[in-house]
Design a protein around this ligand. Structure first.
Ligand code: PLP
Length: 275
């Protein structure tokens, strides 16, 4: 009999262009040897140039997807991406608590606090930010914000190593057990050339780990954040330690950016390569 792979669950929005969101998540899961299941939160009308419309899935349907997958095949690790509204966040939290995903249970829960697309379209309602802080972060095994999301959630402007540590501390104070401060946007934020992308992992025991990769100047990074969080989730679903799962995620996203490809008139996607 063929052995079944571990199961990861993506709680996220779709991207009709297939570059980001749940489509990227499932590709990353597969490339990392994990079966991908999905709870779709929103349908976005999207291409390589941006998001032109969003249709939210009713919160009870989002919750039902989580419960039914967990009840039948089980979930070894879960991640959130675009959650769109406060009502969807509340439904996600209720369903995750019920099936043991996140703080209350033993299933690792990666929260990627997606707030906007690369093209600037909002993917989270303004009044939902507080629910991310008070409902999601305290349940997260790991939160993976980029620099814009850190400014929104914790009101810390990351410009260097010291402020990255301050940002991690602020997110721990909001209840996140571990924080990955993604430094990939530092060059764009500060205007200072960065030869490396440095991501800082801060863990519940007070430990910190730096993950470095050479900075690749590629225009096609659509779906990069989703893919990184998903590869980490896949590592956790496979039973890796958090540090090993983040190392897998970093290696995965570095290769995915290196092999990214043009598609459409705007930003093409990163390419999921088998790990
Ligand atoms: N669309 C959806 C549904 C997403 O979840 C995300 C990011 O999480 C994006 C678009 C944005 O991707 P990017 O910022 O890489 O363009």
């Amino acid at each position: 009999m063929t052995a079944s792979p571990p199961v990861a669950l993506s709680i996220a929005g779709t991207d009709s262009g297939g570059g980001a969101g749940m489509t990227a998540d499932v590709r990353a899961f597969a490339a990392c040897g994990v079966h991908g299941s999905v709870a779709v939160t929103a349908v976005t009308v999207q291409d390589s140039l941006g998001v032109s419309a969003v249709h939210e899935v009713p919160p009870d349907v989002v919750a039902a997807q989580i419960r039914t997958v967990a009840g039948d095949m089980g979930v070894d690790a879960a991640k959130t991406g675009m959650l769109a509204t406060r009502e969807i966040i509340e439904a996600v939290v209720g369903a995750c608590d019920a099936v043991g995903i996140g703080a209350a249970g033993s299933v690792p829960f990666v929260v990627d606090p997606v707030a906007a697309s690369m093209s600037g379209s909002p993917l989270l309602a303004e009044d939902a930010l507080d629910a991310v802080r008070t409902e999601l972060l305290p349940r997260a095994t790991l939160v993976t914000p980029n620099l814009d999301e850190i400014a929104l959630l914790a009101d810390v402007k990351v410009v260097d190593e010291a402020s990255a540590h301050r940002a991690a501390a602020a997110l721990h104070a909001l209840g996140a057990r571990a924080v990955l401060v993604k430094g990939g946007h530092l060059e764009a934020t500060t205007g200072r050339p960065q030869p490396e992308c440095v991501d800082l992992l801060s863990t519940a025991d007070g430990g910190t780990h730096e993950f470095r990769s050479p900075r690749l100047d590629r225009p096609h990074t659509h779906g990069g954040g989703d893919s990184l969080a998903s590869a980490i989730t896949a590592g956790l679903a496979r039973g890796m330690s958090l540090v090993d799962a983040v190392a897998l995620g970093k290696a995965f996203i570095t290769r995915a950016v290196e092999h990214s490809y043009p598609l459409g008139a705007g930003h093409g996607p990163v390419r999921a390569m088998p790990m």
